[in-house]
Structure formats: structure tokens, C-alpha cells
Design a binder for this molecule. Structure first.
Ligand SMILES: C[S@@+](CC[C@H](N)C(=O)[O-])C[C@H]1O[C@@H](n2cnc3c(N)ncnc32)[C@H](O)[C@@H]1O
Length: 209
């Protein structure tokens, strides 16, 4: 049976889709206290909804530069009723984190299936660079965590070398992936797609020392 599409008004969407143009004060952004985590390149927002549904204290900021995906993620958040705990900024995460996220203010950063940008001339668009890793280290609280998953073995090695060479990060076992028992019991949309295709998925996590 086809799922019924709920239409949300622009006012409702605006409760989730936020524009960040200056240093973020988390309590003001969310209107409540609580730990904050970032989902960088949140796509259609499955992880944002699953994570905040599991942990009612958690506040999550999704950062997504595609307007279409950011809107789809906002609709998913409204449908799940977690709009008080999730905000989504349509922005280049590299810029937003470097410019506007306060130091040591974030409990975890999640980067799931970052675009690999295969072509040589496009590789500079990759998210993981020494600058990005340094910014993640800056915004994480002590003992904060960085979680990464990708289906691209070559990019995985690049990421491990980049993050592993920073003395601020200590590798820890990644959390076990969801069982995949239902259509929504996956980490993210790309995780579901790739697991169903039988592709290997590479996961790594770090603790901010
Ligand atoms: C392959 S998709 C993965 C989406 C989601 N994390 C998932 O696993 O389903 C990569 C996402 O990252 C977004 N993205 C890539 N670079 C970005 C950047 N610099 N800032 C914000 N979003 C970015 C893309 O628009 C895309 O939605």
C-alpha cells in the first residue's frame, strides 16, 4: 500500500530548518538543555530521527547542503514528532562547523557515507581533510565521539590515516549496527541501500582524548 504523503506548512518546516549565521548557543537553538550531537551530511534524516527517538534528552543538528534532502529530512522529523530535538541547517558543513560551532560543545559527531567524489579533479570536495578533522577535534567535548561509516574502502583508509594521525583521537570499537529487522531499522538511508545490495561497510569510531 502506498504511504500517504503528509504536507507540512512552511511554518512547520521552519521549526526544523534553521539558518545559522553566527556562533551557536545550543540552549537557544533548541530551547532546552541537553547534550548535542551533529549529523554531518544528514541526507534524508533517518539517523536524526532514530537517534533522538531512542534518547529523549538528545539534541541533534543535521547539516546538509542539498536543499532537497534537507527538506525531506525536515519532513521526516515533523512526521516523527521530534522537532523539539532536531534542527537541520542547510549549509556546507565544513564552513558551518569551522565558523559557528563553539569549541568543546558537542558530544558526538556522526559522518555516515560521506560523498567519495571519485574523479581526481573533484577530490578536493571531500569532507575529510586535515582542516575538517581539526575542526571536529575542536568542537568535541573531552571524551566526545566521532563515528564514521562508508562503503568506499579507499576513502575509508584515507579517513583512518587522517583521523588516526591526530593525537587527540583514540580509536574505539564502533557501536553495533542496527539489526535491519524493518525498513527503518538501519543507521541511515545509504546504510540500508548498501546493506541490501550486500556491499561491505567500513565503520570506525574515535574518542576525543
Ligand atoms: C552519500 S550521502 C549520505 C547521506 C546520509 N548520511 C546517509 O547515510 O543516508 C552524502 C550526503 O552528504 C551531503 N554533503 C556532502 N558534502 C557536504 C558538505 N560539505 N556539507 C553538508 N552536506 C554535505 C550530500 O548532500 C549528501 O546528502
Amino acid at each position: 500500500m502506498a504511504r500517504r504523503k503528509i504536507k507540512f506548512s512552511s511554518d512547520e518546516l521552519a521549526r526544523v530548518l534553521v539558518e545559522i549565521t553566527g556562533p551557536v548557543d545550543w540552549a537557544t537553538l533548541f530551547g532546552r538543555p541537553g547534550p548535542v550531537e551533529l549529523d554531518v551530511g544528514c541526507g534524508k534524516g533517518l539517523f536524526l530521527v532514530q537517534a533522538t527517538s531512542r534518547d529523549p534528552e538528545l539534541n541533534m543538528l543535521g547539516i546538509e547542503w542539498s536543499g532537497r534532502y534537507a527538506r525531506a529530512a525536515a519532513e521526516r522529523v515533523l512526521k516523527a514528532g521530534v522537532q523539539e530535538r532536531v534542527k537541520i541547517a542547510r549549509a556546507d558543513a565544513r564552513h558551518l562547523i569551522a565558523q559557528y560551532i563553539p569549541s568543546q560543545s558537542v558530544r558526538a559527531v556522526h559522518v555516515y557515507f560521506p560523498d567519495p567524489w571519485w574523479k581526481k579533479r573533484h577530490k578536493k570536495r571531500r569532507l575529510f581533510t586535515p582542516e575538517f578533522v581539526a575542526q571536529v577535534a575542536r568542537v568535541l567535548q573531552r571524551e566526545g565521539q566521532l563515528h564514521i561509516a562508508t562503503d568506499v574502502a579507499e576513502y575509508f583508509e584515507v579517513i583512518r590515516n587522517l583521523v588516526g594521525s591526530q593525537r587527540e583521537f583514540v580509536e574505539i570499537p564502533p557501536p553495533p549496527p542496527p539489526a535491519g529487522s524493518t525498513d527503518l531499522d538501519y543507521l541511515t538511508h545509504f546504510e540500508r541501500k548498501y546493506r541490501l545490495e550486500g556491499r561491505p561497510i567500513y565503520r570506525v569510531s574515535y574518542r576525543r582524548a
